[in-house]
Design a protein around this ligand. Structure first.
Ligand code: GLA
Length: 740
């Protein structure tokens, strides 16, 4: 049973295989959080866990039985203005300007499974093991109803939380903040681990100890952003990959977010997750409601690998489009770094022909196929083929590509518009821009007002035509600038602070419409690389372009960091040319492949220019990848050595098959050291009793030997056979195969 409710309806215990989450209704009708962490037995009441001591100099009030000091209570969904001075989970303003609310428990509802939200991406489950609990709270004075929603996914140790506000009164209300989830932990002995960076260096692990006061990460870019990802961990300081207590928080949302931890005067830690209250408010007229995005909460006492694995399993089964979630993703070639804007049909077909010969399965035509887009100053919004480049049209190219036995994919940037476009000339008011101000360009382009239905409809119609005419199998949906000058020409003046959220709802609407109309099209999301690598888009697009940075070394950091919060099957990973376009670095074809294997493999270089040797290498890589694709995309992922720790000179990771009969570990050396210390690789996740060969070795090893004693790695560099030794920027794969 996932949700246990005490008989007098006072204590609610959400229990997964390994985690408990408990709260109760207090005597005054408000909710008190009791516990979130490793599973405990269910009881009628937890008096010890809710014992309060009267402290001096605090707001307080009494009932017959109890003594309340709101600032000292672990709240379930806190308000502001009645004595809890920590930042609240929500705030609602009345017509008279008052922001004081009091939510009291009314009732609960328990149901099997988890229904999808209607306008937002969300978790889902039909399965009976999953249960959804809804707690209804009411502020009687103003008729504000708040429903706290919890879905319990027992086998992934995940709880999904969200909040729905409804106005059942007569006056107009204004929501000033509406976080999705609040957790009040009883102490503050935690590291706050976030995944931060910038364009081309996304999601590097950042660890800081939490201290008294507020620490947070956020976005105000109307996108989850390259700079901060909505995914955070709170871990006990001694937590390792395989041991220790760790909480995970994420948000199924792609817009402005806030992940905040406030350490109080008594060293409790309040974790708030949701839409960033900056640049947000929502008018809640009588008889209307507002649903927050869903927050994903998880816990493990077995360290960071375990929490990443259970989250990956959860996304695979309860978030990602089930049509694709477990389907092997095609190996692709993308023409962007091969041609940029300079191509014609002949050039593209030469790439496609070579691709087919080398074992590629999907050809993706990137930016530059529409309007008269010969550079990035023009044509966004005019999704009509450029007849100068493709005189016979897209359908002709697509037919040729399909004839080669390849799937055909196309790049769009649906949310954008160029000044130099018919779309802008015909509908200048469709662009987001503040009245009488010169709009701020980003990559020479501007953003369409996706809060408008007519805009979403227009783009839907154009994209649908292109999908039908060229029988598209795949779409790369890009988004290459953040929103500035946030103002919608259609929204009333008083609703302008709704734009950021309404914009994201419009993006979701277009995705959903396209998926409903063309269920077989595979979407890959992209935002100048990894600027919107989030769960909101993952609901629609089963894979995402992890970063514009294709340098193999930089990708080790990016993919390592991303792996904490997201499964391998969601990470687009490509081999590109050297010297690398972003770093100028020279790495071997092997190293580039060995990094890109751990994700959805692709090639993004002019493969018609490869030497015979490189072509052979590429063919071998693709054959090897296809043979092990299930493992590389869906295997259980283990981080073994972090490039973010120590001198950052080495990274080791591994994938293991579900039946534990196969595993592939990879070791990446950044700079080589002469005459180094002896080295062993300690495998993880193998079956201790099975016997394995490593890279077809003669010697046979028990799983426990490989995990506990390790596997000796030769390092002495043999200049004639660099694969056998260590070198700068080198990589080694260790394929463990169980023997009968
Ligand atoms: C962004 C993407 C790239 C490529 C270009 C095209 O930068 O991240 O992969 O599609 O746009 O303009």
């Amino acid at each position: 049973m996932a949700v246990i409710i005490s008989q007098d309806e006072k204590v609610f215990h959400l229990q997964t295989d390994e985690v408990s989450y408990v709260f109760q209704v207090m005597e005054n009708g408000e909710l008190e959080q009791i516990y979130f962490g490793k599973r405990v037995h269910s009881k009628e009441a937890y008096r010890n866990l809710t014992t309060k001591e009267r402290r001096e100099a605090m707001v307080a009030w009494r009932t017959d039985r109890d003594y309340f000091q709101p600032d000292n209570i672990k709240q379930e969904y806190s308000s502001f203005g009645k004595g809890d001075f920590r930042e609240p989970a929500y705030q609602v303003e009345q017509e008279n300007g008052s922001r004081i609310t009091e939510l009291k428990y009314q009732s609960y509802r328990l149901a099997k499974g988890k229904k999808r939200l209607s306008e937002l991406p969300s978790a889902f489950a039909e399965n009976d093991d999953v249960e959804t609990l809804e707690i209804t709270l009411l502020d009687k004075l103003i008729g504000l109803q708040v429903v706290l929603k919890y879905s319990v996914f027992p086998h992934q140790n995940v709880i999904v939380r969200s909040t729905e506000f409804s106005n059942q009164g007569d006056e107009k209300l204004n929501i000033l903040r509406a976080l999705s989830s609040q957790i009040d932990l009883p102490d503050s002995n935690y590291d706050f681990i976030s995944f931060a960076g910038s364009w081309a260096r996304e999601r590097h692990e950042v660890i800081r100890r939490i201290k008294s006061g507020i620490q947070s990460i956020s976005s105000l870019r109307t996108a989850s952003s390259h700079q901060q990802n909505p995914f955070i961990l709170l871990a006990r300081p001694e937590t390792t990959e395989d041991d220790g207590d760790v909480f995970a928080f994420n948000l199924i949302y792609s817009g402005n977010f806030l992940d905040q931890v406030e350490v109080s005067q008594y060293d409790t830690s309040r974790v708030l997750v949701g839409i960033n209250p900056e640049e947000f408010s929502w008018h809640l007229d009588p008889s209307t409601s507002f649903q927050t995005p869903e927050a994903v909460l998880s816990f493990s006492d077995h360290g960071k690998n375990k929490i990443s694995q259970q989250l990956a399993d959860f996304y695979q089964n309860h978030l990602i489009n089930q049509r694709f979630a477990k389907q092997q993703r095609p190996v692709l070639v993308n023409n962007w770094e091969a041609t940029y804007f300079d191509f014609d049909e002949k050039k593209l077909l030469a790439i496609a022909e070579k691709a087919a010969e080398l074992g590629i399965e999907l050809f993706v035509l990137d930016d530059g196929w529409f309007g008269h887009r010969d550079d990035d100053t023009t044509s966004l919004g005019d999704w009509f083929v450029d007849k100068n480049k493709l005189p016979d049209g897209l359908s002709h190219l697509s037919e040729k590509v399909h004839d080669l036995g390849l799937k055909f994919g196309l790049w769009f940037e649906p949310e954008m518009v160029s000044f130099d476009s018919d779309l802008y000339r015909n509908h200048p008011d469709w662009m987001i821009s503040a009245p009488k101000r010169i709009p701020t360009p980003g990559r020479n382009q501007f953003v369409l007002d996706f809060s408008r239905d007519d805009v979403v409809e227009y783009i839907f119609a154009l994209m649908s035509d292109r999908i039908k005419e060229s029988k598209l199998d795949y779409i790369k949906w890009d988004m290459n600038r953040y929103i500035t000058d946030a103002f919608s020409n259609q929204l009333p003046d008083s609703d302008q602070k709704e734009l950021a959220h309404r914009y994201i709802l419009g993006v979701y609407k277009l995705y959903q419409r396209l998926i409903d109309a063309f269920p077989n099209v595979l979407f890959e999301s992209c935002a100048s690389g990894g600027g919107r690598f989030d769960l909101g888009l993952m609901y629609y697009a089963p894979q995402a372009w992890t970063s514009d940075d294709t340098d193999a070394l930089e990708r080790i950091y990016i993919q390592f960091g991303t792996s904490y919060g997201y499964p391998l099957s969601t990470m687009g990973a490509h081999v590109s040319a050297v010297p690398n376009y972003q770093t100028g670095r020279l790495t071997s074809f092997k190293t580039r492949g060995d990094v890109a294997f751990f994700g959805d493999l692709g090639y993004e270089l002019d493969i018609t220019q490869l030497s015979d040797k490189e072509q052979l290498q590429m063919k071998d890589q693709i054959t090897f990848y296809k043979k092990n694709r299930e493992l590389f995309q869906f295997g259980k992922f283990y981080r073994i050595e972090s490039p973010f720790s120590g001198d950052g000179n080495v990274a080791i990771w591994e994938v293991v098959s579900k039946d534990q009969k196969q595993a592939i570990a990879a070791r990446y050396q950044i700079l080589n050291k002469p005459n180094p210390a002896y080295l062993r690789i300690y495998f993880k996740g193998l079956n201790p009793n099975l016997k394995y060969r490593i890279n077809d070795s003669e010697e046979i090893f028990y799983g426990d030997e490989l995990m506990n004693a390790g596997y000796f790695v030769h390092q002495i560099l043999n200049i004639n056979n660099p694969i056998s030794g260590s070198a700068d920027f080198s990589s080694r794969l260790f394929v463990a195969q169980a023997v009968e």
